[in-house]
Every structure is written in C-alpha cells, then in structure tokens.
Design a protein around this ligand. Sequence first.
Ligand code: PH2
Ligand code: MG
Ligand code: MG
Length: 173
Amino acid sequence: MKEAYVALGANLGDREASLREALRRMAAVPGLVVLRASHMYETDPIGYVDQPTFLNMAAAVGTNLSPDELLRKLLAIEQAMGRVRDIRWGPRTIDLDLLLYEGVQMQTEPLTLPHPRMAERAFVLVPLRDVWPEAPAFPWAEAVTEAARRTAGIRRWGEADKPPPRKGVSCDA
Ligand code: PH2
Ligand code: MG
Ligand code: MG
C-alpha cells in the first residue's frame, strides 16, 4: 500500500456533514483505506474571497490505486455529491484535492504532485499537520511543517461551533 494525503473542503450547505460523507465514500472505494483524519477547521476564503467560510480538513489514506486512479475516484465522489464547477476557486459543496502520493513528483495535465499550491495554503497545511507522521519520509516534509505555522484565518472547528440543537426535538423536552 502507498500512502497519500487528501485535502477536503466545503463551504456550501451542511459543511460538516459533507466532509464526513466524503470520508465515508472514500473509505468505501475498493483499494482505498482512510488511515487518519485531521480535526476540522473553519477557514476564511482565500483567492476568491466573496464567498462563505470553509470547513477544511485533511486525511491520510493508504491505497493500491495509482495516482491517476486515485484522482479519478476523488473527482467521482465530488460529482456524486453534487459538486458543480463554475467559478474557479468559488463556492463548493465538496472539494477533494490530492496533495501528496508517497514521494511521487509528476506534472501532467490532470494531476501535479505534490499539489502545486499546497505550500501557500495554511487551510491545507494546518489540517495536514494533524495527520502527518512523526518522521515523514518525504523530502519536502520540513517545509510543510514550517509553513503550517502561518495560521491566520484558521480556527479549530469543535463542539462549541456547531449550531445548537433545534428546540422541540430533544427527548427530555
Ligand atoms: N479552496 C479554494 C479556494 N479558496 N479557501 C479556503 N479557506 N479553503 C478552501 O478549501 C479553498 C479556499 C479552491 O479549491
Ligand atoms: Mg481545492
Ligand atoms: Mg479541487
């Protein structure tokens, strides 16, 4: 099995449910196991800023799919979950980006590894650090750990952030 890293993001609808659903669908793909999942983070939009805040997270996966096969599976999950591609960097129900695949470096039309913009994106690096192994074997690991210290606009998403349960649905009411 090869080890790969996936960034997840959502800023439309029930963002937390979308991230969980995407993880569940990833785990259901033959030849793909989800090894570790990061915390969720609420993050200010980067690039195209006039859009809702994101929830972002990262997952470490084990796979015997090739990088291209893995990318295709991720895109199929985005599509199945109703992702509509219109504005580049615009709002989305779910975004699954393949960040790293073992030590592979490649530059093809559909896929560049490592992900070409990951080093500039704290919303990718901060969650990635949660699932990054203690002694990473990848040559660029140190740069990633260093860059992840830039945490402006990134907040841990936890119990306190969830919308309160609706009145009248609890059983002790
Ligand atoms: N994704 C983008 C563009 N901007 N900003 C945040 N905070 N999180 C994202 O996942 C994100 C973004 C394009 O994929
Ligand atoms: Mg993206
Ligand atoms: Mg994407």
